[in-house]
Design a protein around this ligand. Structure first.
Ligand code: IPD
Ligand code: MG
Ligand code: MG
Length: 254
């Protein structure tokens, strides 16, 4: 069987060559956006250049506490998405227009559109500002009282989205995620037949730090009416306007 990673890289190089209109003799030029490089002060701006968006560990708090799910995410903007759940040894992959897979098996979102029968995934995020925490709890209360069948959280934004893609949960929402948490899994969700939406409706903006990933427009729109929206500083804001998440500071001290 052909190595899917090798063909992915060949395709990535072809895209980069096309974008830069370089001949096969000139090295291709990729840009990178990674959680750690942005934390070190590098830019988080998407341009026309092919850009790899990387989160080496998604689920850092789980990782630090050796708790359940930890994933690594890799995305070549809008073309490929890869999420690897290392403890479960599950490789989620998607290529634009070619479907989404887990260890080579095709993924399909759940067909359940009745929100009362739905499992909704979310996270409490990393911000411990009491005003933000209040809004997160108001949303959680509203979601529970829809009512939904259950609320879950894997501790990894990417994994929650892969659960939507796998049909195990009907929707995931969070305010406070970063582009590297959700870029790869966004493609996996849409290639599995799911939808992405902003928490106030309309198109998702991956730099806005707000996302709904759902099995259907019906479920996503019910969540839009339920979530208490707010706007954290954007990922592509100037570094001085970004704020460090409080739990990350403590995680890094470990
Ligand atoms: O810091 P990290 O572990 O890469 O990513 C975080 C995790 O995905 C967490 O579940 C989510 O609630 C945060 O919003 C993310 O930033
Ligand atoms: Mg992450
Ligand atoms: Mg991370």
């Amino acid at each position: 069987m052909a190595d899917p990673w090798e063909s992915t890289m060949d395709h990535a190089v072809a895209i980069a060559r096309k974008a830069g209109e370089t001949s096969s003799h000139v090295p291709v030029c990729f840009r990178f956006i990674g959680e750690e490089s942005v934390a070190a002060g590098e830019s988080c701006i998407l341009s026309d250049s092919p850009t790899w968006i990387i989160d080496p560990i998604d689920g850092t708090t789980n990782f630090v506490h050796t708790h359940l799910t930890v994933t690594s995410t890799l995305d070549l903007q809008v073309e490929f998405g890869v999420v690897y759940s290392c403890i479960e040894d599950k490789m989620f992959t998607a290529r634009r227009g070619r479907g989404a897979f887990c260890n080579g098996e095709p993924l399909q979102v759940s067909q359940q559109k009745a929100v009362e029968q739905a499992i909704v995934a979310t996270e409490f995020g990393s911000d411990r500002d009491p005003e933000v925490v209040d809004k997160i709890f108001q949303s959680l209360r509203n979601v529970l009282c829809l009512p939904v069948h259950g609320v879950r959280g894997a501790g990894s934004a990417a994994m929650n989205m892969c659960l939507v893609a796998s049909g195990c949960v009907e929707a995931y929402y969070e305010i406070g995620v970063h582009v590297w948490d959700v870029a790869a899994a966004s493609l996996i969700v849409s290639e599995a037949g799911g939808v992405l939406m902003d928490v106030e409706g309309g198109e998702v903006d991956l730099m806005s730090r707000r996302i709904i990933a759902a099995n259907s427009k019906t479920v996503a729109e019910r969540l839009v009416k339920t979530i208490v929206a707010f706007s954290p500083p954007r990922d592509d804001a100037a570094p001085s306007d970004r704020c460090e998440d409080s739990t990350h500071l403590s995680a890094r001290k470990v």
